[in-house]
Design a protein around this ligand. Sequence first.
Ligand code: NAP
Length: 348
Amino acid sequence: MKRVFVNGYGSIGSRIAQFIKDDQDVEVIGIGKYSPDEKVSDAISRGFRVYVPKDKIDSFRNFEISGTIEDAILNCDLVIDASPGGVGYANKKTLYEPINARAIFQGGEKITGEKAVSQIIFNSRVNYDKVFDKQFVMQGSCNVTGMGRIIQPLKEKYSNKIKRFDATLLRRWADLEDSKTEVKDSIEWTSNPHHDEDVKNYMGAETPLFVRVFKIPTRQMHVHLMDIRFTSKAPTISEIIELYKNEYGVATLYGVKGTKDIRSYAESIKFSFKDTNMIHIHADLIEVQDDTMKITYSDDQTGIVVPENHLLMQAMLFKRNREEAFKHTEELFHMEEKKQILQAHFRK
Ligand SMILES: NC(=O)c1ccc[n+]([C@@H]2O[C@H](COP(=O)([O-])OP(=O)(O)OC[C@H]3O[C@@H](n4cnc5c(N)ncnc54)[C@H](OP(=O)(O)O)[C@@H]3O)[C@@H](O)[C@H]2O)c1
């Protein structure tokens, strides 16, 4: 059985650990904590062994700690790093590279320049089998993952009939559980966003994608407005809906008034962490005008990357055939079932 260590237990790490612990093919040997706070007890109560940095062990004396992060990394086959953006690079240098450990990094890291954690970004829809033998791989961020789910089916079906993709990303300000971040009454913009370069990393540098990014005062998901220009007449709305009908992790919903509607419904029917783990195309907002198709979808910021990490883990640890890996992920995440439930509730 392969041994996995989840280094970081925040919004993303806690979700990954919680889902992957039910995978019979791996043993989650534990999680890494850096602050001696209530989340240590939370992790222990959920059955996880907690490991802490060697030089901080004294500050955890009031908790039942299982050992040091340094030792946990020595004893596993794969680290899933879920540290704050940029910290993954420091971990790569100080913890993983010196002992030749293999690691998955999250989307807050870089793939170019001096602080690159990896050469490749993973997207299960596009490059599942390109990561089998890699030592380090970065899972795309939630926005980067969501854009792949929309763009790849379009590229496959319409390829050279597409002129460009123009996306405006409305990013949530903070996560649901993030009580430390104040949600300011402001709209901020991001100069030089990383999102288009990240998508091009796994989809090809020639992808004509142009992205603008705004941060808006909400904790309830991201919304992407994407305009797709075709060389001649754009497809019809029903062709577009049909295109995404069988896409994994893509639900097509009607009558949603805002992202909180979806989150509240997910909570009411007890989806884990209130996550849907997918993107939601808002069908009544799709517009087609001559050569342009306009599509709007929301992207479950924390949930979407968690099954992706599970797929990436299977590719790196088992080189599992893609179809089997998706089947196995489905057994843990029930994404098809969730999609059907959401589509039945938010129907035409
Ligand atoms: N949140 C999202 O919606 C989202 C979506 C997709 C991708 N991501 C990416 O996922 C990564 C993690 O984000 P997050 O939202 O989960 O952050 P977060 O909630 O702030 O959690 C970060 C965690 O990292 C731990 N940590 C601190 N120093 C560390 C170190 N040196 N090594 C390992 N872990 C350390 C923290 O531990 P203590 O609490 O013990 O200090 C905390 O548990 C980032 O790259 C982010 O860009 C986030």
